[in-house]
Design a protein around this ligand. Structure first.
Ligand SMILES: [Fe+2]
Length: 226
């Protein structure tokens, strides 16, 4: 992370922490991210093994939680994965849990974090993996006006939009980037990056993307799928 963004309060790791899940891979992730000296809240992505990830979470700085109160904000961590599938779905019990968590803190500015996109990104291939029951999800969201933002990973590109006063935000990948608005898989030749967020006491979300100055040679830009 750039020094101007440190010290941060915490890191949100929005899933696909491993490309192929293995204990050694997660140990490496925990070791690298733990080096920041910040709490790292981990979400499971379609490339992860959620049970393995939650079991291996190191109990120290890297954590796997359902929600968190910090700095006057409420962070809700939602598992959008479907075991054995690349796609996303919220079963009724998860939406009920979301509704209960939100009902428990109606006056606290809230950021909902998940792995998959809850809205179409305009990329045909990528949107086959979007949340498949967004109407049910947004029905819950719309009942809780304290929600200020919904944040996700998965799409390897930056995106911001506002829906009913809620900021919809994706973050770029720390690996290859996907070409926005592409019908088929295509790599966008821009550097890896992360998104920073400044959550204000009045509920405003200030955010931006920080990218490396150049694409590292260790990244395989010839990928034909992901
Ligand atoms: Fe993903």
């Amino acid at each position: 992370m750039a020094h101007r963004h440190l010290p941060a309060d915490l890191v949100l790791a929005t899933g696909d922490l491993a490309h192929t899940p293995a204990p050694a891979t997660y140990a490496r992730f925990f070791s690298l991210l733990g080096g920041l000296g910040l709490p790292v809240y981990c979400l499971s992505g379609n490339h992860d093994e959620g049970q393995m990830l939650s079991t291996l979470t190191d109990g120290g700085l890297c954590r796997f939680e359902t929600h968190l109160h910090h700095g006057g904000w409420h962070f809700v961590f939602l598992d959008s994965t479907i075991p054995g599938s690349e796609g996303a779905h919220f079963p009724p019990e998860r939406l009920q849990e979301l509704d209960s968590l939100l009902s428990g803190a109606p006056d606290t500015h809230t950021l909902v974090c998940m792995h998959h996109q809850p809205v179409a990104m305009g990329s045909r291939w990528l949107d086959t993996m979007a949340l498949d029951n967004p109407d049910e999800f947004f029905a819950v969201i719309d009942r809780h006006p304290q929600i200020r933002g919904i944040l996700w990973g998965h799409v390897h590109q930056e995106f911001t939009e506002t829906r009913n006063g809620v900021q919809l935000i994706s973050t770029p990948s720390t690996c290859i980037q996907f070409m926005p608005n592409s019908s088929d898989f295509a790599v966008d030749m821009v550097s890896p990056g992360y998104r920073w967020l400044l959550l204000h006491p009045d509920g405003r979300i200030e955010t931006g993307v920080e990218r490396l100055a150049a694409i590292p040679g260790t990244i395989d830009q010839t990928a034909s799928g992901y």
